[in-house]
Design a protein around this ligand. Structure first.
Ligand SMILES: *Cc1c(COP(=O)(O)O)cnc(C)c1O
Length: 356
């Protein structure tokens, strides 16, 4: 039986995407060849890459607006490094918002390159909220933020209005909600949270931003080289790109981001209502900053953990334990998780309450 998969990443993808990608492993496009054994330069795969790049921009409403989409390797963690390499000038400075473990990881890499200022941090409160009042230096080369904090269950609901270029790590909420994406100059997202299997990262960058640092950038780290090579500077992660394309096609057929946003809001509303109502549980993130993707919550009395864990496992739920830095539980409700899975979890929480 298919599980209700709350894994934070790699995570659930639409069932039809699993089926179509499995079919492509056996016989891709009726070619008599597996997607795993064809050249990335073959006509069939070049078409996949072209469509994936175009569809990413289309879904974000960024086609024809001076942006390029790339599918690169090294995970979102590689972009922690590639961003300063490409955007931080030799004697420039960058401004970062520290909202969690991943944001802190990005700051650490930027510090190796130059002056890296932390505009604000919620670390002292174990990242339970998004800092609101902060200044971005007008002469910063860029401002970096993390739209959704996968581990701590917080999500930025608004973004600063600034003339400084905005870079955003959207790994765990890409394609999940409507935003004016043209306010961002560079967006990146590791596929394995909401788009595809591990092994590929979507980078969407405004072309005019590049080539201004005066740095000598190693080729593999140079966004301009990847753009020039149409995201085939070296062998791309063929299977991960193909599966990401299938997920984007699924999303487009569903009605795109506006349609999935409604479903994501319904799922989050249902679960947070139960966390707030049920006297056995409490949420860990400040309510106004709660993530619609990752809901983090605790049992008020740890003594109930054994019974609760047994109950949700018996209900076919998987991947619910929280990250070790928060403890308790984390329900990751990415795009492909159906509302029905949240109903099953809420039902288990109510049964636990009745059993006590
Ligand atoms: C998971 C995650 C990362 C790290 O992604 P990798 O692909 O493992 O490098 C970075 N940022 C955010 C917000 C994440 O959720």
């Amino acid at each position: 039986m298919k599980k209700h998969n709350y894994s934070a990443g790699p995570c659930i993808l639409p069932q039809e995407v699993f089926e179509k990608s499995a079919q492509a492993v056996l016989n891709f496009n009726n070619s008599g060849l597996s997607i795993l054994e064809i050249s990335h330069r073959s006509k069939d795969f070049v078409a996949v890459m072209d469509e994936a790049r175009a569809l990413a921009l289309e879904l974000l409403g960024l086609d024809g607006k001076g942006y390029q989409a790339l599918f690169l390797q090294g995970g979102a963690s590689m972009e922690f490094l590639r961003v300063p390499y490409n955007l931080l000038k030799e004697n420039g400075k960058a401004s970062y918002l520290d909202t969690g473990t991943w944001a802190a990881g990005a700051i650490k890499e930027a510090k190796a390159f130059g002056e890296t200022l932390v505009a604000a941090s919620s670390k002292e409160e174990n990242y339970n909220h998004i800092p609101k009042d902060f200044q971005i230096p007008a002469d910063a080369n860029y401002f970096h933020c993390t739209s959704n904090n996968t581990i701590f269950g917080t999500q930025m609901k608004s973004f600063p209005n600034t003339n400084v270029p905005v870079v955003c790590d959207m790994s765990s909420d890409i394609f999940s909600r409507q935003l004016d994406f043209s306010k961002f100059d560079l967006i990146y997202a590791g596929a394995q949270k909401n788009m595809g299997p591990a092994g590929v990262t979507l980078v969407v960058v405004k072309e005019a931003l590049l080539g201004k640092t005066g740095r000598n950038i190693p080729s593999i780290l140079d966004y301009e080289k990847h753009i020039k090579a149409e995201s085939m500077y070296n062998t791309p992660a063929v299977f991960a790109v193909y599966t990401s394309l299938l997920t984007m096609q699924w999303l487009k057929n569903l009605g795109g981001i506006p349609a999935i946003e409604k479903i994501n809001e319904a799922k989050a509303k249902l679960l947070y209502a139960e966390i707030d109502r049920n006297p056995l549980f409490r949420g860990t993130a400040v309510a106004e900053d709660r993530s619609n993707m990752n809901a983090t919550f605790l049992l008020n009395d740890e003594a109930h953990a054994e019974v609760f864990d047994k109950m949700w496992k018996e209900a076919g739920i998987s991947g619910l334990p929280g990250h070790r830095s928060v403890g308790g539980y984390r329900a990751s409700m990415y795009n492909a998780l159906p509302l029905e899975s949240v109903e099953v979890l809420v039902d288990v929480m109510q049964k636990l309450e009745k059993s006590i």
